[in-house]
Write a protein of this length. Sequence first.
Length: 322
Amino acid sequence: MARRRKSSHAWVYVIWGFNGFAILSLLAFSALYQTSQRASAANETTATAPPGSTQEIPPTSYFLPTLTPNPFYTPPVFETSTPFELANGPRPAVIGFSLAGRPIEAYTFGVGEKEYLIVAGIHGGYEWNTIALANELITHINENPGAIPTDVTLYIIRNMNPDGEARDHGVDGRVNNNGVDLNRNFPTDNWTKEWDRDGCWIYRPTTGGAYAGSEPETRSVMSFIRSRKIEAMISYHSAALGVFPGGVPWEEPSKQLAKALAKATGYPYPPIDTGCEYTGTLADWAVENGVGASVDMELSNHKGTDFEENLKALKVFLNFVP
Ligand SMILES: [Zn+2]
């Protein structure tokens, strides 16, 4: 037993001797190979790079992870429905977003302490020409800064219902993406979800919203007005019924503003009474919440912008003291 163990010990030494030799040979070979690779790489670098350059050898391939798009993700669309941009002028402030994620923009002109507001497009594509008028006014004022009195700041919200405008330039473009009439969604004292349709717009189903002020477009304009002290406001509509003063019943300063604007434009005042009862309107909410005077003003049709008439109206508006 003892002798056999001795001889097996000898074989262990022999085998480990060979192993050690093999490992040392591999290490030596590997070291020689790497040295030769580095030398050839250095030769390539000096061949292509200018002398003294510290340029590194670019890797021959990149391993970047590929991303599989999530089919359930819908990216928000951040563009206005009708593209409008001033070539050389102020950028608009984004005061909120529509249900579809379209920005609601406000342009600011002048730096005076008295603040005035024009809102267009509350009835979207059905009244698309109010948005076209706002674009024309913005362009005109930008080219003629003297149109703004020195003590005035004018804000123009050019398209309050961009989803409606993007949907259709007809009866289908009036409401927002929840089917709400935004000019019946403001939290006035008389807000209602439903109303008697006699004498009112009846071409498509619509509501005043799930609750007063339920819509993001409405809330954007509410917070814009609440964070300022607005002297007077025009909310543009079409078509043909005239100039409606804000307030239930109509407030005196708003009646004075409506009269003055009707005189400048030739639009009817008192406005044409179709027997419709208006609830939750922007003009009524405005005077109930600190705006000095407000009107709903209707262009004469659904086609043109009545630009010359409304340029006269702008001058009267910006000099109106409620
Ligand atoms: Zn309207």
